[in-house]
Structure formats: C-alpha cells, structure tokens
Ligand binder design. Structure first.
Ligand SMILES: CC(C)(COP(=O)(O)OP(=O)(O)OC[C@H]1O[C@@H](n2cnc3c(N)ncnc32)[C@H](O)[C@@H]1OP(=O)(O)O)[C@@H](O)C(=O)NCCC(=O)NCCS
Length: 149
C-alpha cells in the first residue's frame, strides 16, 4: 500500500460504526460514540478519517484554541499498522494546525505505549512531563509531549 492510495475525508456520522469498531479493538477504555460526536460537531476540532479501498483505515482528532493544538486521538486499524498511515495523518493535522495559527501542539500518551512514543518522536515531539495516573484500566501515567510549530 502507498499512502497515495489513502482518501482523506472529514469524519462524519457515516464513519462512526467502523471508527468505533477500530476504537474498541485498539484501547482498553475506548471513546464512546458521544465523545466522537462532540468532536465532529466542535468548530474548534479537526476530525479526519483515512479511507483505504472504501473502508476506514485510520482516524485522527485534534482540537485547537488560542494558538495551541491538542492531539486527542490517533488510531490506525490493527490490520494496517506500520504502513505510515499514522505518520500521514499526523503530518496532515500538523499542517492544518499551523494554518490555524497554532504555535505549539501537545498530546498525552500512555507511558508503556513505546510504539506511539517512537512515532511522535520521529515527528519531532519531545517529552516535557508526566501526568500521574492519567489513564485507567490499567492505571498508568501519561507522558506529555509537545512540538513547537
Ligand atoms: C500508534 C499507531 C497510531 C501508529 O500508527 P502506524 O500507522 O502504525 O504508524 P507508522 O506506520 O506511521 O509508524 C511510523 C514509525 O513510528 C514507529 N512506530 C509505530 N508503531 C510502532 C510500534 N508498534 N513499535 C515500534 N515503533 C513503532 C516506527 O518508528 C515507525 O516506523 P517504521 O515502521 O519504519 O519502523 C497505531 O499503532 C495504533 O493505532 N495503535 C493503537 C492505538 C494507539 O496506541 N494510538 C496512540 C495513542 S496516544
């Protein structure tokens, strides 16, 4: 697969069944349908899906306010990982946040999620702190990472 085959669409209600199925496979505490709807209809959020052959292969949600971007969710279908879909979605959203006058982006990631941390580091994010017991199931610290745009 080449990333050129991906079709990027704004996330809408029509994608949510597939998005929720991927979400449930990917996290012990998946987002609810309401969490996704809140972001889809939030004027200060960006919610995109990457389609591959007509099916959702990944998605990303970010919000922005007062020059700060926040990556809230980036997830790739378990059958499509390590094909640079996550990198593509993050690159795209970094550009969109820059266009919206953001000067910094931050995100939280489970301390044990070494794959995601590696992905963010490759894109230039740096660890700047920890949030104690940020996650449940199992309880775990979040690593706080930021990128200056
Ligand atoms: C984390 C996730 C979004 C990565 O998406 P992806 O499309 O597979 O990532 P990419 O193919 O763009 O990876 C780019 C680079 O990041 C690093 N990386 C990504 N996943 C990795 C893993 N599981 N282990 C080690 N390194 C990893 C590698 O350096 C990789 O380059 P390489 O494949 O040439 O070695 C995806 O695995 C996922 O959805 N995981 C479950 C949900 C999740 O943890 N989301 C992040 C929450 S903060």
């Amino acid at each position: 697969m080449a990333v050129e085959e991906l079709v990027i669409e704004q996330m809408g209600s029509r994608h949510l069944d597939e998005v929720l199925a991927i979400e449930r496979k990917s996290y012990s505490t998946p987002w609810s349908v309401l969490s996704f709807k809140n972001e889809i209809y939030n004027p200060y959020s960006i919610a995109l899906v990457a389609m591959l052959g007509g099916a959702v292969a990944g998605y990303i949600i970010a919000s922005y306010r007062l020059g700060e971007g926040h990556i809230l969710n980036v997830t790739v279908h378990p059958g499509h990982t390590r094909k640079k879909i996550g990198t593509y979605l993050l690159d795209l959203v970094m550009d969109m946040l820059r266009q919206r006058q953001c000067t910094v982006i931050y995100l939280e990631v489970r301390a044990s999620n070494l794959g995601a941390r590696r992905l963010y580091e490759r894109l230039g994010f740096r660890e700047v702190g920890r949030r104690k017991f940020y996650y449940a199931d199992p309880f775990e610290d979040a690593v706080l990472m930021t990128l200056d745009l």
